[in-house]
Design a protein around this ligand. Structure first.
Ligand SMILES: Nc1nc2c(ncn2[C@@H]2O[C@H](COP(=O)(O)OP(=O)(O)OP(=O)(O)O)[C@@H](O)[C@H]2O)c(=O)[nH]1
Ligand SMILES: [Mg+2]
Length: 192
């Protein structure tokens, strides 16, 4: 079956499809990020807090991506782990201006990284699911510098997952393409 899948992918008959999970605290900008990609860079509507989760599709780098845009409200965060086993990549969105809750975001990231479904053997490697971290709202004057965010999240100590940190502004798209390119490359490398 695996050989057949690879053969069809090689023939370009089988579409390269992947699931990505968008998580992070409420108000960090997850739905704005998804909306930006889904609308092809046009800012369409004002977002409202997500209830539960929403599913959207968009294309990037030859991949058809199904994005699970999860709610970041504390009462819905327990839903995230239900989607870990089927995801090929994660976008973890941080509000760079939310100084007060940086420790909470860091704790949620750590819990996710340590979850067994996120580190289990995937395809032919034992590498954990690739994680793109967006230091979003970098346009705000009070945004914490990216170096400080890297330190506060302890990213240099994580060696179980491919991780990439990118400063972003989901309203204008700054940093979003570079971040998604990195994630798509990782997904293709690990799965196709
Ligand atoms: N200044 C600035 N505002 C942003 C940025 N990204 C999102 N926002 C705003 O932040 C607010 C929250 O954005 P959402 O995308 O709804 O946040 P969310 O993470 O999906 O929130 P939940 O669904 O509640 O988990 C909205 O008012 C957005 O317009 C950004 O990069 N810069
Ligand atoms: Mg949302």
């Amino acid at each position: 079956m695996k050989f057949w899948d690879s053969f069809l992918t090689w023939l370009k008959i089988k579409k390269k499809e992947a699931n990505i999970l968008i998580v992070g605290l409420d108000n960090s900008g997850k739905s704005t990020v998804v909306q930006y990609f889904q609308s092809g860079g046009k800012r369409t509507e004002v977002t409202v807090p997500t209830i539960g989760f929403k599913v959207e599709k968009f294309q990037n780098a030859g991949l058809t991506l199904t994005a699970f845009d999860m709610s970041g409200q504390s009462k819905y965060r327990s839903l995230w782990e239900r989607y870990y086993s089927d995801c090929h990549g994660v976008i973890f969105v941080i509000d760079s201006s939310d100084t007060m809750r940086m420790a909470v975001a860091s704790n949620e990231l750590l819990l996710m990284i340590q979850h067994p479904e996120m580190v289990k053997n995937r395809s032919t490697t034992t590498t954990g699911v690739p994680i793109l971290i967006l230091a979003n709202k970098s346009d705000l004057q009070v945004a914490i510098p990216i170096g400080q965010i890297r330190a506060e999240l302890g990213l240099d100590e994580i060696n179980t997952h491919p991780i990439h940190l990118e400063a972003s502004n989901a309203l204008t798209g700054v940093g979003l393409h570079a971040g998604l390119e990195w994630l798509s490359d990782q997904i293709i490398k690990l799965n196709f």
